[in-house]
Design a protein around this ligand. Structure first.
Ligand code: BGC
Length: 767
């Protein structure tokens, strides 16, 4: 390949939107691509016709046998344009449950299965790499993209991502685990400098990625927009070469997030092989850098080699004849079941599952009618339909109240017409559902509905997405007065007639629950469960599915209780100027000099709440069932550790309905020579569907690495000597059995690169 061809392969073919007639692109004349290079422009224009709506492409060189790679979002399903100019047919994809739902299943086999279905759509629509899964840690409940991520815990995150990657890639297509790394907020995401200790990086923010890379070898990794300890992730040799490749053995290629970083030469040297979406200016910069001696061509050769090695595996290179007709009907069943399995029953006074005598349902709450299947931005899918809660109820044989439905429908038309444009401009541009203010439910309306119906459902909806964080305010983290009044009025009216009330949370992340959760009779956390959402909710309400989901993130009493709430989302850095030289073609995105210091250090989520004994509304790992489980025979195979120990427990269904139980294993280290969180999740499992009276033995292996913390001085994973406790638990606050072992002497289990040291002192939270 010539130098020019190499540069053209390393830089993506640009952002392209199929726009309606007369609408101007924010990217200038899209067709001209590179006005100085008509051959290149023609090639790019040709590639763009392959899969309209794909986020990116790579160049192709036919005469050299180099095919393009089509890259498309995203975590909840394939995101492509559903309609194409001049064609009658459609190209809809399945909107699967968001990552938060999948994590709440605690079922890696199920996640693998969802990945298989998702990957099949990638293959059959002619795409090579799915830009998913998203797997940043849910550090703070307000991160606007938490719905695309799995958990506040790195083990759950890593295991879920690995299962997803394996499932998708089993189709012979690739994934891009993202956003590597420490992209835990949307506020100033393109310029924020995340300042984090090496220990917190290794134990929390990198750990999930490490698990996914080692267990599943994703074809690609997407570097994140932000800086980590002073350097853009995409320009960090420490991150992309020392850690990702030298320490973990990653074999694929790294691409930037769309417009990430600011210096292509630094990106190439760091091991960021591909620039996306890419601009001709960036191609010219690379060529110039080599010609002027600032960049060795051998660096480019290495990066090109990595891209080509993945290309050899891609469907496009292997001339796969895709059908453009994936089996959407079968995938609808996959998403329906996965969503039901990820719903978390937070409260239930016995009303659920609904008795057969309950037929007439009064559904309150805007989201009952305008159900939210997923979040906004690039993580949103263009699905053919969303089953609303109302439709789900009808499909399930329930009678919904027609007058109430009419009121909501009329209200929603008007409220939507008068709604302010979304504050998040990306949402405004890319579409997605922003909930409108809740309709007022008066005491009179509630009383009338209580007369006419057997039960009330109240849905509370929230949405968020790329480009903006959530707010610790009513209407977002907290309920508004109108929502609170709705819960109170409806509950009072129905209870007066001896009837009951179920609240359904149609949310993408954590909200405040403590102040109202005991008012209704049951609370079901349905999350944003994908396009079959209404059916999935009704499967759970009716008892067709016994809920077995558990929280993969803590629900605090109030936002301020969280360990990052004082520093999230950071602050402006005085004296620095923004908008540095930006060739990315994405320069319309503001770069405010911004800093976010992770003072809470290793104390994130339950690691914080448990260690500092802070009461929560729902602990990590919490979730109820329609049946009950009894744990017994918690045993360990030895009391002195060498290499590994095996812990087992018996779980018996002691209730009246078949069900599954998620079992968690927490480790408590001696904490003498090192500061340690009280509890760290080291393994988890889920029983099969147990019939009443049936039991299952679960076993868990704890290996030396599970005992370790990251010792910054030695740059090594070290297990301290002393007495350890292993807790078999139903949640982070519900321990069912404890065993222990001793580690006679300290173990240095693995020494790794000394990388990503922060340049400044961090005022770390300590026990
Ligand atoms: C997002 C990525 C996404 C990419 C391509 C970026 O703005 O951060 O998650 O994959 O766009 O759409």
């Amino acid at each position: 390949m010539t130098l020019k061809e190499k540069a053209q392969l390393l830089v993506g073919t640009g952002m392209y939107f199929e726009l309606p007639e007369g609408v101007q692109s924010p990217f200038g004349d899209q067709e001209a691509v590179d006005p100085q290079d008509s051959a290149y422009s023609a090639m790019v224009n040709h590639i763009r016709t392959f899969v309209p709506g794909a986020a990116g492409n790579t160049s192709m060189f036919n005469e050299k046998g180099i095919t393009t790679q089509v890259l498309a979002d995203g975590p909840a399903g394939l995101r492509i344009q559903p309609k194409r100019k001049g064609e009658e047919r459609t190209y809809y994809c399945t909107a699967f449950p968001i990552a938060t739902v999948l994590a709440s299943t605690w079922d890696t086999a199920l996640v693998n299965n969802v990945g298989q279905a998702m990957g099949n759509e990638v293959l059959e629509y002619g795409v090579d790499v799915l830009l998913a899964p998203g797997m940043n840690l849910q550090r703070d409940p307000l991160c606007g993209r938490n719905f695309e991520y799995y958990s506040e815990d790195p083990l759950v995150t890593g295991k879920m991502a690995a299962a997803m990657v394996k499932g998708v890639q089993s189709n012979g297509v690739g994934t891009s685990i993202k956003h590597f790394a420490v992209n835990n907020q949307e506020t100033n995401r393109m310029s924020v400098d995340a300042i984090v200790s090496q220990r917190a990086l290794r134990e929390l923010y990198l750990k999930g990625f490490e698990i996914a890379v080692k267990e599943a070898q994703p074809w690609t990794v997407m570097s994140s927009y932000n800086k980590v300890n002073g350097t853009y992730a995409s320009e960090s040799h420490d991150l992309l070469t020392k850690i990702l490749r030298d320490d973990w053995g990653f074999e694929g290629y790294v691409m930037t997030d769309w417009g990430g970083g600011s210096d292509v030469v630094a990106q190439m040297k760091a091991g960021n092989d591909m620039i996306q979406p890419g601009s001709p200016d960036q191609i010219h910069s690379l060529i110039k850098a080599v010609e002027e001696g600032q960049l060795e061509e051998s660096v480019l050769n290495k990066n090109v080699g990595r891209i080509l090695r993945i290309m050899l595996k891609s469907p496009k290179y292997n001339d796969f004849k895709y059908s453009s007709n994936p089996d959407l009907k079968t995938h609808a069943k996959v998403t329906r079941q996965a969503a039901a399995d990820g719903m978390v029953l937070l409260e239930n006074n016995g009303i659920l599952p609904l008795a057969a005598s309950i037929k007439k349902v009064a559904a309150f709450g805007n989201s009952s009618y305008d159900f939210i299947s997923g979040g906004t931005g690039s993580g949103d899918v263009n699905e053919a339909y969303t089953v609303s809660l109302i439709q789900g109820l009808k499909n399930g044989g329930y009678e919904t109240n027609a007058a109430l439905m009419k009121s909501y429908e009329n209200y929603l038309v008007e409220a939507r017409a008068n709604a302010p444009k979304p504050k998040n401009w990306l949402t405004a541009m890319m579409g997605g559902k922003t909930p409108v203010a809740e309709m007022i439910v008066s005491k009179e309306l509630a009383a009338q509905m209580a007369q006419e119906n057997d039960i009330a459902l109240i849905t509370i909806g929230r949405n968020s997405g790329e480009g903006g964080d959530r707010e610790p305010l009513p209407g977002d983290f907290y309920l508004t007065d109108v929502e609170m009044e709705m819960v109170l009025n409806v509950t009072e009216a129905f209870h007066l007639l001896g009837k009951q009330v179920v609240v359904v949370l149609n949310v993408g992340g954590v909200i405040e629950t403590a102040s109202w959760k005991n008012i209704p009779d049951a609370v079901l956390l349905a999350w944003q469960p994908g396009q079959e959402g209404g059916n999935s909710v009704v499967d759970v309400l009716s008892g067709k599915v016994n809920p077995s989901g558990k929280l993969a993130i803590t629900f605090p009493l109030k936002y301020k209780d969280g360990s990052s709430s004082n520093t999230f989302p950071g602050h402006e850095v005085e004296g620095e100027t923004g908008n540095e030289a930006d060739l990315s073609g994405f320069s319309f995105m503001n770069r405010v000099p911004w800093e976010s210091t992770y003072n809470e250090d290793i104390y994130v989520g339950y690691r914080y709440y448990n260690t500092f004994d802070i009461a929560v509304s729902y602990p990590f790992g919490h979730g109820k069932s329609y049946t009950t489980f009894e744990y017994s025979n918690v045993t360990i195979n030895k009391d002195k550790f060498n290499e590994k120990v095996t812990v087992s427990a018996m779980v018996k269904n002691t209730g009246g309905l078949a069900g599954r139980e998620v079992v968690q294993v927490y480790l408590t280290a001696p904490g003498k020579s090192m500061d340690k969180p009280t509890d760290v999740l080291v393994d988890f499992g889920k029983t099969r569907l147990l019939k009443p009276g049936e039991e299952e033995a679960l076993t868990f292996e704890i290996e030396a690495i599970d005992l370790c913390s990251f010792d910054e001085d030695r740059s090594a994973w070290v297990a301290e000597a002393g007495k350890y406790e292993v807790k078999i638990a139903a949640s982070a606050k519900d321990v069912q059995g404890t065993v222990g072992f001793e580690l006679p002497g300290e173990l240095v289990v693995e020494t790794v690169s000394n990388a990503l040291a922060p340049a400044m002192e961090i005022n770390k939270l300590k026990k």
